[in-house]
Design a protein around this ligand. Structure first.
Ligand code: FES
Length: 56
């Protein structure tokens, strides 16, 4: 599922980046570019981040 339409980033890409150590929205933005344009995906990205961190 696409989370960030501006950058074409999926939930799987976000999960993979969190598993590789991007443990904050800022780090995800730096690594993937997610939430770096319109910002509409920021809250969903944060939810995926929180959920993925609970699994780690
Ligand atoms: Fe992610 Fe616009 S949808 S920055």
């Amino acid at each position: 599922m696409y989370v960030c339409l501006c950058k074409g980033i999926t939930d799987h890409q976000i999960e993979a980046a969190v598993h590789e150590g991007a443990h904050s929205l800022g780090k995800l933005r730096k690594t993937l570019g997610v939430a770096s344009q319109c910002g509409k995906c920021a809250s969903l990205t944060r939810e995926i981040l929180d959920e993925t961190l609970q699994e780690v």
